[in-house]
Design a protein. Structure first.
Length: 123
C-alpha cells in the first residue's frame, strides 16, 4: 500500500471518529472509578475512558466501538459479546477479564496486560 493510500486511510478513520464524537456528544469519563458497575448493553461509542477503573464491571454486549480505554483497569470485567471494534486498549489491564465473543476487529492492543493470545477472537 502506498504512503498516500495509508495516509488517506488514517485520515478517514480520524474523520470518522471526529464525526462520531460530535454526533453522539461522547462522554468523557477519564479516570473515573466505575468498578463493579453494571454497564451491560451500554452505548459507550467513542467514550473516553482513559485510566478509568472498570474492574469487575459487567460490560456484556456493551458498544465500545472507538472507545479509548488506554491504561484502563478492566481486571475481572466481563466483556463477553462486547463490540470493541477500533477501540484503543493500549496498556489496559485485562487480567482475568472475560472476552468470549467480543469483537476486537481493528482494536489497538499494544501493551495490553493479562490477556492470553489464545483468548483473542477476531471476526
Amino acid at each position: 500500500m502506498s504512503k498516500v493510500k495509508k495516509a488517506t486511510k488514517v485520515m478517514t478513520k480520524v474523520m470518522t471518529k471526529a464525526k462520531l464524537l460530535a454526533e453522539y456528544k461522547v462522554p468523557t469519563l477519564v479516570g473515573l472509578n466505575l468498578s463493579n458497575v453494571n454497564l451491560s448493553g451500554a452505548n459507550l461509542v467513542a467514550a473516553d475512558l482513559r485510566w478509568a477503573n472498570l474492574s469487575g464491571c459487567d460490560l456484556r454486549g456493551a458498544n465500545l466501538q472507538w472507545a479509548i480505554l488506554s491504561e484502563a483497569s478492566l481486571r475481572g470485567a466481563d466483556l463477553s459479546g462486547a463490540d470493541l471494534r477500533s477501540a484503543d486498549l493500549r496498556g489496559a489491564d485485562l487480567h482475568k477479564a472475560k472476552v468470549d465473543g467480543a469483537n476486537l476487529d481493528g482494536a489497538h492492543l499494544l501493551g495490553v496486560k493479562g490477556l492470553a493470545v489464545g483468548k483473542l477472537y477476531r471476526r
